[in-house]
Design a protein around this ligand. Structure first.
Ligand SMILES: [Ca+2]
Ligand SMILES: [Ca+2]
Length: 234
C-alpha cells in the first residue's frame, strides 16, 4: 500500500501541468491592450502605453530616446522563461536588455547608470549597425560587467523581434525570434528581479514570464517505471 501512495504523490504535479491547466505556469503577462502597464515599476526614464507592435493596439513606448529601465514588480527570475517583443528605433545607438536575477539599487540618481542593477545578469541585443554591435550575456558584479558570451547581432532598427531568456538553475539560454541566440552556464546569482532596459527609442510589447518546471518534476515516466519495478520486486 505504501508504494501505491508514492505513485500518486509523485504523479500529481505532472497531471496538474498537463494541457488541462496550460496557463498554470504564467507568472506575469502584459499585452498593454487595456492601456495600462500593470505590475511595472519604472526605475528610470518615462514610458507610456502607445501604439502596439504587429498591429496590436498597445505597447510600452519610451517617451524619448534616452535610457529607460523598468522592473516587473515582485516577479521571480529563477527557473523562468522571460519573453518580450521589442522594436528599436535608432540604428546607431539603440539597446534592448533583459535583466534577471538582478538586484535593484533603489537609489535615486540623475544618471541612468546609478539605477542599473549592481549584481545579476543581462541579455543584450542591438541593431547590427549600432555602436555596440555585439549581442551579449553579461554578469554584473558590483556594477562591473563580465561578458559570459558575445555573439554577432543580426537585427535592424525599425523591426519587431522577440527576445526570450530561459533561466533554469545555472543554465541561461537566449532565443531571438525563437532561434538560439546565445547560451551560458553561470550560477553566481539565482534569485532577483526581472528588469528591462530600452535605449534609443522603440517599443516593448507582449511581456510574458512563465515558470519552467523544476527538473525533478519532469520525469514522471521514470518515477512510474521505478515504482513499477519496486512493485514487481516487492
Ligand atoms: Ca495591462
Ligand atoms: Ca500589445
Amino acid at each position: 500500500m505504501k508504494m501505491l501512495w508514492i505513485t500518486v504523490a509523485y504523479s500529481i504535479p505532472v497531471i496538474v501541468g498537463s494541457p488541462f491547466h496550460v496557463h498554470a505556469n504564467v507568472l506575469y503577462s502584459e499585452t498593454f491592450e487595456d492601456g495600462s502597464a500593470d505590475g511595472i515599476v519604472v526605475d528610470y526614464g518615462s514610458l507610456s502605453v502607445g501604439a502596439g507592435l504587429n498591429g496590436s493596439t498597445g505597447a510600452y513606448v519610451p517617451d524619448n530616446r534616452g535610457h529607460h529601465f523598468f522592473t516587473l514588480s515582485g516577479i521571480r527570475s529563477d527557473d523562468v522563461s522571460i519573453q518580450a517583443e521589442f522594436r528599436l528605433d535608432d540604428a546607431g545607438v539603440s539597446d534592448f536588455e533583459v535583466y534577471f536575477a538582478a538586484d535593484d539599487p533603489a537609489v535615486s540618481s540623475a544618471d541612468w547608470r546609478g539605477l542599473r542593477p549592481n549584481n545579476g545578469y543581462f541579455a543584450r541585443v542591438n541593431p547590427l549597425s549600432s555602436d555596440d554591435p555585439l549581442g551579449k550575456i553579461t554578469r554584473l558584479d558590483g556594477g562591473n560587467g563580465t561578458n559570459l558570451i558575445v555573439v554577432p547581432n543580426t537585427i535592424s532598427a525599425g523591426e519587431t523581434h522577440t527576445l526570450r531568456v530561459d533561466r533554469v538553475g545555472a543554465r541561461i539560454d537566449v532565443f531571438l525570434d525563437g532561434r538560439p541566440f546565445a547560451s551560458a552556464i553561470d550560477g553566481t546569482y539565482t534569485a532577483g528581479e526581472i528588469e528591462f532596459l530600452i535605449f534609443g527609442g522603440g517599443a516593448i510589447d507582449d511581456i510574458l514570464v512563465t515558470a519552467i518546471p523544476e527538473p525533478a518534476m519532469m520525469p514522471a515516466v521514470f518515477t512510474l517505471a521505478i515504482v513499477g519495478l519496486m512493485q514487481r520486486h516487492g
